[in-house]
Ligand binder design. Sequence first.
Ligand code: SF4
Length: 158
Amino acid sequence: MEIMKLRPHHVLGYIGHEAQPELYSLPDNKYIKDFRESKRNSAEEAAKQQGLSEEDIRKTGEFAYNFHSDKLILHWRDSIKRIHDNPDTKFKYVKGFDSICKECHQKEGCHDENHWAYKVVQQADLDAIKLMPELKHGKVYTGHDLKKLAKKKGWLKE
Ligand code: SF4
């Protein structure tokens, strides 16, 4: 099987799931709903910070709620669950397009420099890089490496 590729904000998402491992066993419908709700909350918060009107905040949240397909949300969880179930699983830390994006119906927008989504995902990666400067693009890591790093930073319990 081809080695998995993961971009920075997806690696951070994996670590977040390791801090809440119950997420891996939530029923699919519940996981999808919670995932969507969290995207809506973050988008609404960002829209509030920008001073948008109540109506635009609501629309922004709704857009974020529906941005990912159910298929992609479950593909995302299945991919990181592979590392959870076997922390020896290797993945390549990459810039941009990764194994999750490959299955996503939003991939064209997210990887087109002229599309608004490009800036959003680039910013998410930059934020993740700032939190995990120890990881180097192009290198191969395992789940053990990420857990070790997360424990060192106090994100996961020893
Ligand atoms: S293409 Fe964009 S929305 Fe889809 S998984 Fe990749 S970063 Fe996320």
